[in-house]
Design a protein around this ligand. Structure first.
Ligand SMILES: [Zn+2]
Length: 290
């Protein structure tokens, strides 16, 4: 562990790093990682773009569940891992962050630039007129259309990831676009069965190809959407470092692989790589009562 942290530190301290982050970075902010160690309890198959756009019942079910789940996302805050990445970026060692996460927590932690590969849950797009609106605004409209829904369902099951009984889904009233009046609304995230906009992918490839090193944080690299950047880096001879809890599908391409909790390791890495004191790292090593 110390040895791999040393290797990781010298790679990052050299600068020119591009970060590729996944769900494992946000679990410590209370957002479940369906593919990582805490994902064994996964109960739902993901919504596909095809089902969402073609099946009114699937869409109603999605918005009913999402109306509950949004409360979890909206109150999530960046954790020590996000803050450490922002600090490495501030110090000029990380050039850009590419994230597979849709929670917006990198930006909230102060990272810039951040490319949100799969979009953001806090934005909503109209599939007819193309207007983007805020999820906050949609949440207000959904509350108005479903005044007692959250309180009623939360009383049944407080964990936020609920199997909604059919009668509760049937009682939920989704809303249409508030701008064109009739358009179908969709969170501005890339669903399964949907492709990432090509210009966004091209921008990520360009960043990876110019990088001195690619640092993967909290992704098992299960889907090609993220793994392709690791493959491209490896092909170009750009070193790849991976920090994740558990094995990943990119381990064969990695120069350094560390199996660790990100919220503990990243502040230590930031402190060593920047040669300064990291508030989060300092907190963790301070003896009790000091
Ligand atoms: Zn519209």
């Amino acid at each position: 562990m110390t040895e791999s942290l040393d290797a990781l530190t010298s790679l990052v301290a050299g600068g020119g790093v591009v970060v590729l982050s996944g769900a494992g970075l946000s679990t410590e902010s209370g957002i479940p990682d369906y593919r990582g160690p805490s994902g064994v309890a996964r109960r739902h198959t993901p919504m596909t773009f095809q089902a969402f756009t073609r099946d009114p019942l699937a869409r109603r079910r999605y918005w009913a569940r999402s109306h509950l789940g949004w409360r979890l996302i909206a109150r999530a805050a960046p954790n020590a891992g996000h803050r450490a990445v922002a600090r490495l970026q501030d110090a000029g060692l990380v050039d850009a962050v590419i994230t597979q996460n849709v929670d917006g927590l990198h930006s909230l932690a102060g990272s810039a630039p951040v490319i949100e590969l799969h979009g953001r849950l806090d934005e909503v797009t109209c599939l007819d007129c193309g207007n983007l609106t805020s999820r906050e605004e949609l949440d207000r409209r959904l509350r108005e259309a479903n005044p007692d829904f959250v309180a009623h369902v939360a009383a049944v099951n407080p964990d936020g990831d609920v199997d909604l009984p059919d009668e509760q889904v049937a009682a939920f009233r989704p809303v249409d676009c508030g701008i064109c009046g009739t358009g179908m609304l969709k969170p501005d995230v890339v669903f399964f069965g949907e492709t990432v906009p090509p210009e966004r992918v091209a921008r990520c490839f360009a960043l990876v190809e110019q990088a001195r090193a690619l640092l993967v944080l909290g992704s098992s690299l299960t889907v090609m959407s993220g793994r392709r950047f690791v493959i491209r880096a490896a092909k170009r001879g750009i070193p790849v470092a991976i920090v994740n809890q558990g094995p990943t599908r990119g381990d064969g391409h990695a120069t350094v692989s560390v199996d660790a909790a990100l919220g503990a390791l990243l502040p230590a890495l930031a402190e060593r790589a920047t040669g300064g004191v990291d508030a989060d790292a300092a907190t963790m090593v301070a003896p009790a009562g000091v």
